[in-house]
Design a binder for this molecule. Structure first.
Ligand SMILES: Nc1ncnc2c1ncn2[C@@H]1O[C@H](COP(=O)(O)OP(=O)(O)OP(=O)(O)O)[C@@H](O)[C@H]1O
Ligand SMILES: N[C@@H](CCO)C(=O)O
Length: 292
């Protein structure tokens, strides 16, 4: 048996739609894999009642299929599904790392990314790798069709998760078909600024690079209280605020000294909008870890 802890992740970070991702210090999924003749799945933990155990419908089933590695797979969910914190990806990443170990496949972490992304195709219709890449490799990741660039960073973060559900499939439905050139120019500038900020581990630059005028405004409509939460976080010292992944979680980059205050003001703003929420005070962290 192999046990793997794979972290929640935040995809897009505003300016890097379907490309940027960051591993979060918490929460995380724990996945145990054991060789079997055919794949079976047990799910426990946060939101497990909403997660199918049918291997055709669970992200880990697609991963076992892609690796030709049938197993009994136990998933202990720490990352709530449909959160914007890479819930489906955390399980897929853990399964990819665990089954690679269990069956001694010898694949590198980078080679496991497209395999874990097969799981994402099962739930959202697209094999986007921007959540599975950081969950497997850790740090800040740039996922391109020809591979992944990973950068170690430890930017302090607040992720605030409201008690509402936004499925990635629905949130992809509101992504505009095209963009004006002036918006593209602005977003390229922001994405470049964010990437340099990660390389320098500079929360100010990372925050300045999180703005996005193409995808985020359309998705903000799906999250009650988003604009108020965003303003409150900036007022409390956040360097950048945007939707985490496809939402509904909201992510703020900051200096460590401001993190606790930012978490409190984001929660208050959600409460004022009539939405219960919880906040994780965290930072960019490690990728999947194996426990034999
Ligand atoms: N192992 C799994 N863990 C979590 N959700 C799963 C899993 N397998 C299948 N699902 C399904 O995937 C959907 C949740 O995935 P979705 O991509 O919408 O949310 P998310 O992973 O939290 O979001 P995001 O990718 O925006 O961060 C739910 O419908 C859930 O039933
Ligand atoms: N890049 C993806 C991440 C969510 O899974 C999206 O925003 O739709």
């Amino acid at each position: 048996m192999v046990t793997v802890r794979a972290p929640a992740t935040s995809a897009n970070l505003g300016s890097g739609f379907d490309v940027f991702g960051a591993a979060l210090g918490r929460p995380a999924d724990i996945v145990r894999v054991e060789k079997a003749d055919r794949t079976t799945i047990d799910v426990t933990g946060v939101g497990s009642q909403y997660i199918p155990e049918d291997p055709e419908k669970n992200t880990v089933g697609a991963v076992a299929e892609a690796l030709e590695a049938p197993a009994h797979i136990e998933i202990d969910k720490g990352v709530r599904p449909a959160s914007g914190l890479g819930s489906s990806a955390a399980s897929a990443a853990a399964a990819a790392v665990g089954l690679n170990e269990l069956y001694d496949r010898g694949l590198s972490r980078e080679a496991l990314v497209p395999i874990a992304a097969e799981g994402e195709a099962v739930v959202s219709g697209a094999a986007h790798a921007d959540n599975v890449a950081p969950s497997i490799m850790g740090g800040f990741t740039i996922a391109r069709s020809d591979g992944v660039t990973a950068v170690d960073a430890s930017i302090p973060l607040v992720t605030c998760l409201p008690e509402v559900v936004v499925s990635t499939r629905d949130a992809r439905g509101v992504v505009p078909d095209g963009a004006h050139m002036e918006d593209v120019v602005e977003v390229v500038g922001n994405a470049a600024t964010l990437a340099v900020g990660m390389a320098r581990d500079d929360p100010g630059l990372v925050g300045r690079g999180m703005d996005d005028s193409i995808v985020t405004p359309a998705r903000a409509e799906l999250i009650a209280g988003y604009e108020a939460v965003r303003s409150a976080a900036f007022d409390a010292g956040a360097t950048g605020v945007t939707i985490s992944g496809a939402g509904p979680a909201v992510i703020a980059a900051c200096h460590e000294r401001d993190r606790q205050t930012i978490a409190g003001t984001m929660l208050d703003a959600f409460e004022d909008a009539g939405v219960d929420a919880r906040a994780y005070q965290t930072r960019i962290g490690r990728g999947a870890e194996v426990f034999e």
